[in-house]
Design a protein around this ligand. Structure first.
Ligand code: HEM
Length: 495
């Protein structure tokens, strides 16, 4: 027997012990390890995270730790306990996780010491997605949506056209968002090669969950080549016009760092572009799909849009032009409720925090649990979104679920107690999505234009779309199949 093999045999018990992982200590939550060393429960969790967590909640209660791919994740399942996690700012950090995962996924150098202050400046630039800048972004999005709709979908032949709904939402929102955030090449209204860019994006997006799981990119076929092409597209941002304040500010920040290569800057731009469409497109699809599947809801929302326009004296006809500004969008409460309801039914983002030290995590007046440095603390709001105690008939789409007495409804309960957090598609606390107001506005604008200008129908004889769970934990889920639908220009005036 070779000396090396002998050594390995000698070390085997120690190796197995290390791979088997840790044991539960006093004060720690129940520990679920699975029978495969290191991998733990990763496969079961990856298959259907919601089902997995519900089953374990029944068995272990509201707090338990699961070994997943070498990490220990403590899930807090009771939404009444969410506030204690969100407010544990210093001991539970979000950025440690994102700073490790994002550079690997999007292909830029990690933000280490040679980029001192970069992360803080980037964080500060997020205010340019809100306030007055949001008004400008929203105006610009309206123009770009109309441009894409008019040039691609509004030929006036009077007949029905048919299409695939997800693809339709993707093509319009993808390009209109690109133009709004990044601008356009000088002397042209649209970018060339958008179809290729979109195809590359879709193919990258399919591998996104594997990249987030840190699977080596060389194992993922052409993904590296596709990502390089996507990054390359954003090398030219500085030469484009009509670029949003947000992207211009980011580009200025990048210029302060000689250590950032051009390709890193472009990869940062690509990362933000992914953030701005990766969830917005499926959220737009689900809103449209639910509305078209529920004619009463569709009619109520269409009526609300027409009422707001009429109140403001905006004349509109299907062959004319219409603009809905930020103030008008804010008054579309039924539409907002329908979007929130669609997000409730389709979003599956996980909120992750990393424990910065060993400490006792206080959950409420009586309870606290021990956590170890480096452990992940995770909230999985989909469990709350589909909890029948919080939402009656949780699988049902009710477009007015978030409406009460003509106002937005904000009181939802669990165990008779009012929930502080009852809808969390955009994350929470320090890591809450800075683009959430823009996302809501652009989905509203898309739906308004579609409902004002088009009659819409689902084609008969097709299965209902359900959730594709392959990116559970990472945001809004995609549909498992695309849906065929028909649309034709309306001839009606405002009634
Ligand atoms: C329906 C659409 C959207 C959804 C559901 C969504 C959801 C999220 C979630 C869950 C996070 C992470 C929060 C966490 O881990 O706790 C996030 C982060 C982020 N989102 Fe969004 N998002 C959407 C649209 C947008 C848009 C339109 C933009 C930009 C224009 C955007 C920009 C960002 C950025 C920059 C971050 C990272 C924030 C940070 O590093 O602190 N998102 N988003």
């Amino acid at each position: 027997m070779s000396p090396l093999l002998l050594l390995l045999l000698g070390l085997l018990p120690l190796l197995l012990c290390l791979l088997r992982g840790r044991n539960r200590r006093d004060g720690e939550p129940p520990l679920v390890k699975g029978w495969i060393p290191f991998i733990g429960k990763a496969l079961e969790f990856g298959k259907d995270a919601h089902k997995f967590l519900e089953e374990h909640k029944k068995k272990f209660g509201d707090i338990f730790t699961v070994q997943i791919a070498g990490k220990y994740m403590t899930f807090i399942m009771d939404p009444l306990l969410y506030p204690s996690i969100v407010k544990h700012g210093k001991q539970l950090d979000f950025h440690e996780f994102s700073n490790k995962v994002a550079p690997y996924t999007f292909g830029y150098s990690p933000m280490n010491r040679s980029f001192s202050g970069l992360r803080e400046q980037v964080q500060r630039s997020f205010h340019l997605l809100q306030g007055d800048s949001l008004t400008l972004l929203t105006e610009s999005m309206m123009g770009n949506l109309k441009l894409v709709f008019r040039q691609d979908h509004m030929e006036r032949d009077g007949g029905w056209r048919s299409g695939s709904m997800y693809d339709f939402c993707h093509s319009v929102m993808f390009e209109a968002t690109l133009l709004t955030m990044y601008g356009r090449p000088p002397a042209s209204r649209r970018h060339g090669g958008v179809d290729t860019l979109r195809n590359n994006f879709i193919s990258f997006d399919k591998k996104f969950p594997l990249l987030i799981a840190q699977i080596p990119i060389w194992l993922l076929g052409r993904t590296k080549a596709v990502r390089d092409k996507l990054i390359h597209f954003f090398l030219h941002v500085s030469g484009w016009s009509n670029t949003s304040q947000f992207i211009r500010r980011r580009a200025e920040i990048f210029e302060q760092y000689d250590t950032l290569r051009d390709v890193d800057k472009a990869a940062h731009h690509f990362a933000i572009f992914w953030a701005s469409v990766g969830n917005t497109v499926p959220a737009t699809f689900w809103t449209l799909y639910h509305l078209v599947s529920h004619p009463v809801a569709l009619q109520a929302v269409r009526q609300e849009i027409q009422d707001v326009l009429r109140q403001d004296g905006v004349g509109w006809s299907s062959d004319g032009d219409v603009t809905l500004g930020r103030q008008q969008l804010e008054r579309l409460l039924f539409l907002e409720s329908a979007i929130r309801e669609s997000l409730r039914l389709s979003s599956a983002s996980m909120n992750i925090r990393v424990a910065q030290e060993d400490f006792g995590l206080r959950l409420d007046g009586e309870r606290s649990v021990a956590v170890r440095k480096g452990d992940f603390i995770a909230l999985y709001p989909q469990s709350m979104h589909l909890d029948p105690e919080v939402y009656q008939n949780p699988q049902m789409f009710r477009f007015d679920r978030y409406m009460q007495d003509g106002q937005q409804k904000t009181n939802f309960y669990k165990n008779g107690q009012k929930l502080k957090y009852y809808l969390m598609p955009f994350g929470s606390g320090s890591s809450k999505c800075p683009g959430r107001h823009f996302a809501l506005n652009e989905i509203k604008q898309f739906v308004c234009l579609l409902l004002l200008y088009f009659d819409l129908q689902l084609e008969d004889g097709q299965p209902r779309a359900s959730l594709d769970t392959s990116r559970a934990g990472l945001g809004v889920l995609l549909p498992n199949v695309d849906v065929r639908f028909r649309y034709r220009l309306r001839t009606q005036q405002l009634d």
